[in-house]
Design a protein around this ligand. Structure first.
Ligand code: ZN
Length: 131
């Protein structure tokens, strides 16, 4: 069986997961284990920057890379992601996470969509910096 492998990251929360998928599978469709968001992407064409905002960032790795090395990369990326999110919260709000509850509500559907797109863009930019 011919497969490709790599690391995929949910662009909502930044959580990374290992990925091994048959080469003839043209649709990526997984749930994020951290935030339960459904992440989908066509695998047969390059991202054009049009259409839906991306929900997932896939970093392909060579087929010869051992699985434990992929798992180690995933763990490192998730450690980094957790530290960055904690820093963001401290910097942006200067207060503890428990006080977020009353403010986390969005009034309209479009503000959720916009917030997601903004967050996806931020994560993409960061991951490109950190790659
Ligand atoms: Zn997620």
């Amino acid at each position: 069986m011919v497969f490709r492998q790599g690391i995929w990251a949910c662009l909502d929360c930044g959580h990374s997961h290992t990925l091994r998928i048959r080469e003839d599978v043209l649709e990526f469709d997984r749930y994020c284990r951290s935030c339960q968001r459904r992440c989908r992407q066509r695998l047969d064409r390059a991202r054009t920057g049009q259409g839906h905002p991306p929900t997932v960032l896939i970093r392909w790795r060579p087929r010869v890379m051992p699985w434990h090395a992929l798992r180690a990369e995933m763990r490192n990326r998730n450690d980094l992601n957790r530290r960055r999110r904690a820093q963001d919260i401290a910097r942006d709000h200067g207060e503890a996470l428990e006080s977020w509850d009353n403010r986390a509500g969005f009034r309209t559907a479009s503000s959720i969509v916009q917030a997601r797109a903004d967050r996806a863009q931020q994560i993409l930019e960061r991951q490109e910096e950190g790659a």
